[in-house]
Design a protein around this ligand. Sequence first.
Ligand SMILES: [Zn+2]
Length: 193
Amino acid sequence: MSKLRISKVLVLRHLAFLWHLDFDLWISFQKMKFLADRTLGKLAKGLRMLGYDTLYYRGEDIHQLIHLAREEDRVILTRDTKLALRRPKDRIVTITEDLPSRQLKEIIQKATLSLNEEILYTRCLLCNDPIDPIPRKEAEGKVPDFIFMQQKDFYRCSKCGRIYWQGSHLGNMQKKVKELIGNFKESEIKYFI
Ligand SMILES: [Zn+2]
């Protein structure tokens, strides 16, 4: 186990070196948490689908947005092009794309996020909480019968109780994520998905 962990770290260090990135900084990107403002609800869901801890702030109070981001050490995502200029000390990523799928690509590129299969589809899209595996029989009667017959593994959000299964993240967003992954070069995919 420890051997595996060491080799993984070595691989990551090597990759960071190849990409001229500071390793510690690069690792911090992998643990990045986000706070999407009221204009970026779909992007928040997309990031949760990729496994990134992302809160969605529906309010309009910029001070509260900044306060929440500072308190929880989150990177603010906004479409407000002036916010980053007004708040140079805060970590703010300005999203310029209109379509959620393009916004997802934009944040992946701007924040240098990796598409890590280990965390892909591990969060509730509604609550942002991690989802946990449940015994199959607990899903019976709570999901459509044909889904229950088809699927082997089920997961539940401990906060809202929503049940997930492989494919339940399907739909436009998952298709977009797949397209996104497809757009990455093979050498990058090999290590990260
Ligand atoms: Zn939930």
